[in-house]
Design a protein around this ligand. Structure first.
Ligand code: 5GP
Length: 350
């Protein structure tokens, strides 16, 4: 047994201190940036990514997010035919999408077929729950060897050592997060995880030192959390729960006492496993399912995110998101959001 007594922090343990700022209005802040990748591609946009989950990473979501230059990691259950059909009418959106695979040979072959059919697709996301499994690094290296000229995001990991290893295996973007997801039960089921803010800071320092980027994945429940992740060094922030339940989620809507609710579930929940080929007996569920009040079109959520991030930048005097980590001073706090009214419903919805 070894005890690492270093204090690891989550989003709710910290706040960003306001600073004297030359910015008079949040309109002066530009949230789009260029992401230079080691593979040579330059992605341009706002570093927000819809998660590759059923009910989040859908073609409809990608269309809505691309309007605001945000990215979508499509869930991995779209077929070649569906991809080809989507690409036909949405060429302008393709720079904003990632195509997701896991670690099976079949998925790698399928990826090859999709990229052959749609060569202008540039972004790949290799996604596994546990980036520490022995087969993961060799798989990432294999994907890189097969597709040397594509942007490669890979994860999930939570520390410097594995971030470096992933970059050396060919990843352009290290995906960070084990256990923080809104419908993830890993921490409860296994006792494993690292508080997400500290994980982002550690991985970002390691990846940036090697010229790579990071995507903080999971645990953001409000725009302030996205701002903290970006200020802590994340180049991208991946969101599941914040985009779930919107019209673009393509989720099953059910009526409960006259009100519409959308089903949202973790990708290793029993619901997801049943949906995609049955529960494997050796694998306990590490995800749960919830019904969210239907939230309508995602456009309002996107404006909330853009407005909040502009405001964060204005508070600390950053004219863009690349400057944000340089300007941000974090303070350690016990509790930062006024808890008195937290339980009350807003007239504007959540
Ligand atoms: P959220 O933004 O909802 O907090 O987190 C989204 C992330 O949760 C996803 O991108 C993915 O990394 C993670 N996730 C999704 N489903 C599951 C699951 O069933 N189990 C676990 N452990 N993580 C999940």
């Amino acid at each position: 047994m070894h005890m690492d007594a270093h204090e690891y922090l989550d989003f709710e343990d910290i706040l960003i201190k306001p600073r004297r700022s030359p910015i008079n209005s949040r309109q002066e802040v530009d949230l789009t940036r260029s992401f230079k990748t080691k593979s040579g591609f330059v992605l341009k946009g706002v570093g927000v990514v819809a998660a590759n989950m059923d009910g989040v990473g859908t073609f409809s979501m990608a269309k809505a997010l691309a309007q605001e230059k945000m990215f979508t990691a499509l869930h991995k259950f779209y077929t070649l035919e569906q991809w080809v059909e989507f690409a036909k009418d949405n060429a302008a959106i393709l720079p904003y999408v990632f195509i997701t695979i896991g670690t099976s040979e079949a998925e790698l072959e399928n990826l090859g077929r999709i990229l052959e059919a749609i060569p202008i697709l540039t972004n790949i996301c290799v996604d596994v729950a546990n980036g520490y499994s022995a087969h993961f690094l060799p798989h990432v290296a294999k994907v890189r060897e097969k597709f040397p000229n594509k942007v490669l995001m890979a994860g999930n990991v939570v520390g410097a050592e594995m971030s470096e290893a992933l970059v050396q295996a060919g990843a352009d973007i290290v995906k960070v997060g084990i256990g923080p997801g809104s419908v993830c039960t890993t921490r409860k089921m296994t006792g494993v995880g690292v508080p997400q803010f500290s994980a982002i800071v550690e991985c970002a320092q390691a990846a940036h030192a090697l010229g790579a980027l990071v995507c903080g994945d999971g645990g953001c429940v409000c725009v302030g959390d996205i701002a903290k992740a970006l200020a802590g060094g994340a180049d991208f922030v991946m969101l599941g729960g914040m985009f779930a339940g919107h019209a673009e989620s393509e989720a099953k809507i059910v009526d409960k006492e006259g009100k519409p609710y959308a089903l949202f579930y973790g990708m290793s929940s029993y619901t997801a496993q049943e949906h995609h080929g049955g529960v494997r007996s050796y694998r306990a569920s590490e995800g749960k399912e919830v019904y969210l009040p239907f939230r309508g079109a995602v456009a309002a959520r996107l404006q909330e995110i853009l407005g909040g991030l502009r405001s964060t930048c204005a508070y600390v005097g950053a004219t863009n998101l690349e400057e944000l980590p340089k300007r941000a001073i974090f303070i350690r706090v016990r509790r930062q959001i006024n808890p008195i009214y937290d339980h009350l419903e807003s007239p504007h919805g959540s």
